[in-house]
Design a protein around this ligand. Structure first.
Ligand code: GTP
Ligand code: MG
Length: 232
């Protein structure tokens, strides 16, 4: 191989490497604010989860039973954030994501009985560092397909090393039966653009109503056995 040719190849390779490094450092710098925002959401999610764990501990002592069956947390994925921002026509900037999306950090609390949902929501909202932004009660007002849950968007502070930041978290509270229904309903319509079908909606709604009836019946039984409420 000609020395000059080799020299040229090496120079091109070296310049390419340099360019790649520059690009990757530029990319790294530009996604840093996004990564920071996601880490703040993650902290806020942990704060809210911990608040429910504390409530669960205290209420378990008081009532000799745990009002919370389980807690699940999730951070919206970058793809899902992007999809929602584009769908809603918001600009794809970190500021706009923070301002417009209220469900990046999600905490789902699965409760034993319907009344536990309201006890826990009330106890959370009474805390002086929690501010209610929005409340949707799909238990008192179920969706047409039968979906039931209590949704809260709350704002809570997170304490960083040199400042305090307020973050939004979406909290969904539901019973085991509401969760079971939501999970199966999602499986049924997963990846299918279901045509508007009165039949499917009616079936789903009937199943949701059966779930609600079972919830009420189980809670009544609990009241009879443990609280002596024979006339409930
Ligand atoms: P988006 O957040 O844009 O979806 O609209 P929104 O804020 O009006 O939604 P809403 O608060 O009503 O519900 C948001 C979340 O509740 C969804 O991401 C689901 O987790 C859950 N959800 C709402 N409706 C349904 C439903 O019909 N079936 C199931 N399985 N989950 C639902
Ligand atoms: Mg939402």
């Amino acid at each position: 191989m000609e020395p000059e040719y080799l020299y040229n190849r090496l120079t091109v390779h070296f310049l390419e490497q340099l360019q790649n490094q520059k690009i990757s450092s530029m990319v790294r710098k530009s996604i840093q604010p996004y990564k920071e925002l996601m880490s703040y959401y993650s902290c806020a999610m942990m704060e809210v989860e911990m608040k429910f764990k504390v409530l669960s501990e205290e209420l378990s002592m008081r009532d000799d039973r745990n009002p919370i069956e389980s807690i699940r947390t999730r951070l919206k994925t970058p793809e899902s954030i992007r999809e929602k921002m584009v769908r809603k026509g918001y600009p794809l900037t970190v500021e706009s994501i923070e301002e417009n999306l209220h469900d990046i950090a999600g905490v789902r609390v699965i409760c034993s009985f319907p009344s536990d949902i309201y006890t826990l929501a009330e106890a959370l909202l009474k805390q002086d560092d929690v501010r209610l932004i929005e409340k949707k009660d799909y238990i008192k007002h179920p969706k047409a397909n039968g979906y039931r849950s209590l949704h809260l968007i709350v704002e809570i502070p997170i304490f960083l090393h040199d400042h305090k930041k307020t973050m939004k978290v979406e909290v969904q509270l539901r019973t085991i039966s509401m969760d079971w229904w939501a999970s199966l309903e999602q499986t049924i319509r997963y990846k299918k653009d279901l045509p508007d079908s009165d039949f499917i909606e009616k079936e789903l709604n009937e199943c949701a109503e059966m779930g609600a009836a079972m919830d009420a019946r189980m809670e009544r039984l609990y009241g009879m056995v443990w609280e002596g409420n024979r006339d409930l």
